[in-house]
Design a protein around this ligand. Structure first.
Ligand code: NAP
Length: 226
């Protein structure tokens, strides 16, 4: 697996669980030097590769190409930010809007463009996008959160096109809402632990099949409206 945002939260738990199952994980994060929890997971047998990656930098995904060789069963674009502090009407931080679009949406497309060939060479052939129900237009009944909602809606649109464009390569693109998860972003009020979220997402990935391609899934397996 190649996963971004691997130093904490949901990405760290994906890395921990897959290493414990014997997988090789390429774990990308902004500052590997400071990623102490991630480094502590290293089984010391070459199965964990740490990669420096800042999703805010266009070109950062392509720059990983030389460091990640061979088939990739799961490409997981997980890194994400909640965005500017103020996201209410009349408070828009437009520079912040541009940054969150890059981090939460454009960076995932760049990863897919860079690694689709290697995903296609693998057994599972899954591209997973860590989206959010807050990107659902149908589910927006409370307004606000312009930056975060826009970035995840854009990610969903990217995921849908990937599912069509990469279908001939046998790649299955899964678009996920992880649930409300107790992480720095989700806060202590989250209803799921990182482990519950990750076990659920890995179950969905394990049964990925063409009928699931391009769908927006709650971690429970329920389909979400766009
Ligand atoms: N928790 C929830 O309830 C929830 C709900 C819906 C969706 N999600 C999505 O799930 C994903 C993971 O979130 P989380 O809950 O695990 O949050 P988290 O604990 O805040 O972790 C966010 C991760 O994304 C990384 N990241 C942020 N900006 C980055 C950048 N510019 N370049 C590279 N990495 C960057 C962070 O790295 P640093 O340590 O360097 O900042 C961190 O590893 C996100 O895409 C989020 O939108 C979470």
């Amino acid at each position: 697996m190649l996963i971004t945002g691997a130093n904490r939260g949901i990405g760290l738990e994906h890395t921990r669980v897959l290493l414990s199952r014997g997988w090789h994980v390429s774990a990308a994060c902004r500052d590997p030097g400071k990623a102490s929890e991630l480094k502590a997971l290293d089984p010391g047998d070459g199965r964990l590769t740490l990669l420096e990656y800042d999703a805010a930098r266009p070109g950062a995904g392509k720059a990983l190409a030389s460091a990640v060789k061979g088939p990739i069963d799961i490409l997981f674009a997980n890194a994400g930010m909640f965005g500017p502090r103020e996201q209410g009407f009349g408070q828009t931080d437009y520079a912040g809007m541009a940054e969150i679009a890059q981090v939460n949406a454009f960076a995932a497309l760049e990863l897919a463009e860079t690694f689709a060939g290697q995903v296609a060479q693998s057994q599972l052939k899954v591209i997973a996008l860590q989206s959010s129900r807050m990107g659902s237009i149908a589910d927006n009944t409370s307004g606000g959160y312009y930056a975060y909602r826009m970035s995840k809606a854009a990610l969903n649109a990217i995921g849908k096109s990937l599912s069509i464009d990469l279908k001939p390569k046998g790649i299955i693109t899964l678009i996920f809402h992880p649930g409300w998860v107790k992480t720095d972003m989700g806060g202590a009020g989250g209803t799921l632990t990182v482990n519950e979220c990750v076990e659920g997402q890995l179950d969905l990935i394990a049964r990925a099949n063409p009928a699931m391609n391009g769908r927006f899934f709650h971690v429970s397996g329920e389909d979400l409206d766009w």
